[in-house]
Design a protein around this ligand. Sequence first.
Ligand SMILES: Nc1nc2c(ncn2[C@@H]2O[C@H](COP(=O)(O)OP(=O)(O)OP(=O)(O)O)[C@@H](O)[C@H]2O)c(=O)[nH]1
Ligand SMILES: [Mg+2]
Length: 688
Amino acid sequence: MTTPQLERIRNFGIISHIDAGKTTVSERILFYTGEIHKMGEVHDGMAVMDWMEQEQQRGITITATATRCQWKDYTFNIIDTPGHIDFTIEVERSLRALDGAVAIFSAVEGVQPQSESVWRQANRYKVPRICLINKMDRIGADHEQVLEALRTKLHARPLLLQLPIGNEEHFVGVIDLIRQQAIYFDVNDLGRTLEYHDIPSEMIDATRRHRELLLETAADFDDAILADVLDNKPIESERLLAALRTGVLSCRIFPVLLGSALRNKGVQPLLDMICTLLPSPLDAPPAPAKQLENGAEILVKTSPDGPVCALAFKVLADEGRKLTYLRIYAGRIKPGDVLHNSRTGSDEKIARLFRMHAHKRERIDEAGAGDIVTATGLKQVLTGDTLSAPGNPLQLAGLSYPEPVVSLAVEPKTVDDRDKLPLALEKLQWEDPTFKVKEDTETGQTLLTGMGELHLEVVVQRLKTDFGVDTQTGRPQVVYRETIRCACQHHELFEREIEGKTHYGEVTIRLNPQPRKQGLSIDIAAEVLAPWPPEMAQRIKEQLHQACQAGPAAGYPLTDLTLTLSAAPYDSHRVTDLGIATAIARAVNQGLRDSSPTLLEPVMALELTAPSDYTGRVMNSLNQKRGQIEGITSRPGQDVIRASVPLLEMFGYMTELRSATKGQGSFTMEFSHFEQAPAEILKKFGIK
Ligand SMILES: Nc1nc2c(ncn2[C@@H]2O[C@H](COP(=O)(O)OP(=O)(O)OP(=O)(O)O)[C@@H](O)[C@H]2O)c(=O)[nH]1
Ligand SMILES: [Mg+2]
């Protein structure tokens, strides 16, 4: 493949709530762009993009999958992401590395909780988006309701670019409001052929009304269009699209298209709009970075010239070796090149470079700025690392990781399994920053922590299928947080002779409780650390963070408090690393014990759908689970209940709900916040 012009590259992700149709859309994209010759369906376990055995068995996406294809004279790097909240890190890292996104909504279910989460994630990275309302063929499809929810729930400004022709199973095509024509998709050749016709007479009025809205929106971004609209002059499609593009790139408008991926309708117009409206790597804002040699903040512009700067946004353990996904921001890389890893401070060599086509790799000789490729040979690299030219070490902004809230104890079944377990867990941790492993020194068990039951279930199954390690697991447990109920100040002086050397360190700390959802903050007044050598000052900061990883009540991480380092006298003749580290650990530990420590439990935001006949029964069971019902909305024959419920009560709820609703109820939930744990839980941990 020749190196495409940068302005004709589109790096985009497909994001949505679970089951909205991301993988089905991706599969159609690969088919219509000629990358695959047979369309595979998710529910048959045949979709190219769902390549993992676990994905094919479960019919859901688990890992973000990258692929590349050509549409007209544009090159797409696409990442299909999972919708399930347990795999949210896959969305996070994809949005961090991509320039744009296609947000998919189901025409029936509309804006669901996970749609809100991925939308917020995209907002955080200021990723321009276009939307596709999918499943227009289903009974109850209602694109107007989705548009309304985009406005009210996501506070976005959607702009409809199409109207549907026919409803539900009679959905046959769309009216293109820009070019003012009807587009039909030929059912006899899997939607490959598009037919263009005049707008059906009964839709002329609706088209005119919606077109006016489109013109008004375009006029917001182009004064010349505003003048022409006022003068009733015709406006060419290209001008309209250019104005809309300005609105999209600045995330002020979100154009909306309609389709039914499963019925092969609406995908090609989406591809055209990806080319026309989404950013190229050149449109993406320059990446902020820090120059490590002098601490200067700089902006890295997408440019193939100049020193290399790339972000490792995903690492895959592939046949035991690391395969690193790179987004290149500047420069060019090729096999044999040496790159500096800013986190480890060491240099690493690229062995081979590849372009990914789902799970298949194509070897390449070179890649440049704006591209997304994978590399082997980078042994130390982890997700979020910056790789740059050794002569010009840089640090890009990293990724933010959600906190795991569920843990599971595992025990290897045989001696052979015991030998293999640590390496297998290490490799799974390379891939997934939201999966953590801890040895429980008291029980000798290995404790896995992750985002949810499904996350850990997949890990345990992968231990068996990918690494041949059989394990026995306990029941999932909640990962609590610890906080304090009153303020305190503590002074600690540590001075002791160890192996002939006197170690000394002295600190005063203050602890203040904070309201819920405030998190942990560590305050260090600049003057306290000013006399310290920079590397010791850095270690003090790290030790303060470290001291908050395990609280005194039950060993859980601390939250909702402020830890202030109010004094740390520097005596260059007496102070030692060990002395100051011990003083900090003791001060924080004793301070926490004196501040009335307590436990907080994770509370989940739940959205549950069940036939209306079962609503009473479901609400009762949620009440018994200490759930707070936040609202009920009715759809034909079904109720959607939103509630918040402590995670502890939700283990195994899927089975319970299925049996209570004869298999017709379903729910999704995601972490919402931490709340004071009730007395019976505190009692279990011996907390008063
Ligand atoms: N009726 C109808 N069903 C669809 C449509 N698009 C997808 N589906 C079905 O919806 C289910 C989920 O589709 P997927 O493509 O796996 O959805 P997804 O968004 O990738 O799901 P996750 O990756 O698990 O988050 C599958 O059974 C699809 O066949 C559509 O346009 N109409
Ligand atoms: Mg999928």
